[in-house]
Design a protein around this ligand. Structure first.
Ligand SMILES: O=C[C@H](O)COP(=O)(O)O
Length: 326
């Protein structure tokens, strides 16, 4: 028998942002070797044998932005993804885990704009938010005015969370005010929807840039900061995540505003999910493990979590029971 932590709480109070403050951006420091040492303490050997680990994996499910961002997405694949978001685990497995009567869903479903109406329809009545990637995802090189229109169209279609991508060139040229103005415009276009700012950390060059871009995006009113699109060569790592969560802590200490964190890209195993949950708990505390402040953007993670929970519940892979032929 495992216990589930509390269910997602929506909506979360939005980050109102602050005026642009260059000194707070430039004053945010990164000690690279300290980050590397700290990151090395996070991944431990964690096979899911203990109840707390199974409970944390169930909790991890509630934080997943279950994602499909493929050129061959169709309404059919999106509807299947939404069915998985509504019921991430098979009823028999829920029974075996002793949580048959406890509803569990993923944190959200994340799709391209064209798939928003299909996802909204498929998730009607469930309370599961639809997140749309936007602003010329993944490269973010569309004209600014078109990016704003894209956000508005996704909100009008029913997306309640918008994952924007920043212009990496503003970071790489140190044009922090341009980045602030861009993200502020995106924020205004989001209207009532929550906004996650994707930094594409693998393209920002240095951890210092990751820290500074995080601060600017939070000043401009991002409700979440997110590591990656999943399409860069380097996506979420424990190092760049540590820098971002420490920026979140610094922004909270400066302003009192709680900004969420979304690692995304390459998080595919249950053990990785535990590593990131532990990072959140140890760096920011238990509230920041909850879905209103923490999401994992992932397309395949749920499969491995399910596999590990099967193993935990049955002590073997139930779907591989030996059946004699004939
Ligand atoms: O935002 C989510 C990412 O695109 C998902 O990346 P993934 O396919 O590596 O899990």
């Amino acid at each position: 028998m495992v216990t589930l932590s509390r269910t997602p709480s929506y909506p979360h109070e939005r980050n109102p942002g602050t005026p642009f403050d260059l000194s707070a951006v430039e004053g945010a420091l990164v000690n690279r070797s300290a980050i590397e040492r700290r990151a090395a303490t996070l991944p431990t050997r964690r096979t899911v044998k203990k109840e707390w680990q199974a409970a944390w994996l169930l909790h991890a499910i509630t934080t997943i932005d279950l994602t499909t961002l493929s050129g061959d997405d169709t309404p059919g694949t999106v509807r299947r993804l939404c069915a998985k978001a509504r019921q991430p685990l098979r009823p028999e497995l829920m029974q075996a885990l002793g949580i048959a009567n406890r509803p569990i869903t993923t944190g959200a479903v994340c799709v391209y704009h064209e798939m928003v109406p299909t996802a909204v329809e498929a998730l009607k009545g469930t309370g599961i938010p639809v997140a749309a990637v936007s602003t010329g995802f993944p490269a973010g090189l569309n004209p600014h005015a078109l990016k704003l229109k894209e956000i508005e169209a996704s909100v009008a279609a029913g997306a309640t969370e918008i994952d924007i991508v920043i212009s990496r060139r503003h970071v790489l040229t140190g044009n922090w005010k341009a980045l602030y103005d861009e993200v502020k415009d995106f924020r205004a276009a989001c209207g009532p929807a929550h906004m996650k700012a994707i930094l594409a950390v693998g393209e920002l060059g240095t951890l210092k840039n990751v820290m500074r871009a995080s601060m600017v995006c939070m000043q401009a009113g991002s409700d979440f900061i997110k590591t990656s699109t999943g399409k860069e060569t380097v996506n979420a790592t424990l190092q760049n995540s540590l820098v971002m969560v420490r920026a979140i802590r610094e922004f909270y200490e400066q302003t009192g505003y709680k900004v969420g964190f979304k690692p995304a890209g390459g998080i595919r195993t249950a053990k990785q999910a535990l590593d990131w949950l532990i990072l959140m708990k140890e760096e920011l505390g238990e509230e920041w493990m909850q879905p209103h402040l923490f999401r994992i953007g992932a397309s395949a993670l749920l499969n491995d979590i399910e596999r590990q929970l099967e193993h935990f519940a049955y002590g073997r892979y139930a779907s591989m029971q030996y059946q004699p032929l004939g």
